[in-house]
Design a protein around this ligand. Structure first.
Ligand code: GAR
Length: 211
């Protein structure tokens, strides 16, 4: 059984989708062993508590240097014997040190069709604001492995979502979550836990399986 850490900063609806998927038997070979929040006020912590999952609060600003933060995060991941790290609305940048220690074992969900509306400064509601400003008719979500480039790692799954004329950023965010993120993220985690994701030349191949 693979131990999964889910890193969060806010509402934790993607964490909830993972908790539900695990409960419903969709994620078979993995268990959420740890939730790490970048802030103590995140509602995601309540979700973890309700599901009986161990949770730790690790704000980047509590550490003077990046190396100290990295050591604390890696220490936690080691202590819980984590094999997969999931960034579910985690708003702290993961350093190269941590990326290289967990190469192709960190998964992120991003609320757009990468390479649109991604990279530094594109997070949360801002992504949807920019999509509406541009007037795109289709947006969506992407689940990808994390590498040294912000939102630049190998793409695992994507799903398109329609943009409607009267959308506000919040309405669009909710549709992208419901129709794409909450489906893609548990699916990608299940595939990882079944050892069905292969990275070759920066691209992800999904191996045949039964589910
Ligand atoms: C989600 O929309 C997620 O894709 C986004 O933050 C939201 C977190 O919601 N992540 C990013 O923008 C990362 N660049 P949640 O806390 O309810 O899961």
């Amino acid at each position: 059984m693979l131990n999964i850490a889910v890193l969060v900063s806010g509402g934790g609806t993607n964490l909830q989708a993972l908790i539900d998927a695990r409960r419903d038997g969709m994620i078979k070979n993995g268990r959420i062993a740890l939730v790490v929040s970048s802030n103590s006020g995140a509602y995601a912590l309540k979700r973890a508590g309700k599901a009986g999952i161990s949770a730790e609060v690790l704000p980047r600003r509590s550490f003077a240097a990046q190396e100290e933060y990295d050591a604390a995060l890696l220490g936690l991941l080691n202590r819980y014997e984590i094999g997969l790290v999931v960034l579910a609305g985690f708003m702290t940048i993961i350093s190269e040190t941590v990326v290289s220690r967990f190469r192709n074992r960190i998964i992120n969900v991003h609320p757009s069709l990468i390479p649109s509306f991604c990279g530094e400064g594109y997070y949360g509601l801002k992504v949807h604001e920019e999509a509406l400003k541009k007037g795109v008719k289709v947006t969506g979500a992407t689940v990808h492995f994390v590498n040294e480039i912000c939102d630049g790692g190998p793409i695992i799954l994507q799903k398109a979502v329609e943009v409607r004329p009267d959308d506000t950023p919040r309405i669009l965010q909710k549709r992208v979550m419901e129709q794409a993120e909450w489906k893609l993220l548990p699916r990608a985690v299940a595939l990882f836990c079944e050892d069905r994701l292969e990275v070759e030349n920066g691209r992800v191949k999904i191996k045949e399986g039964t589910s």
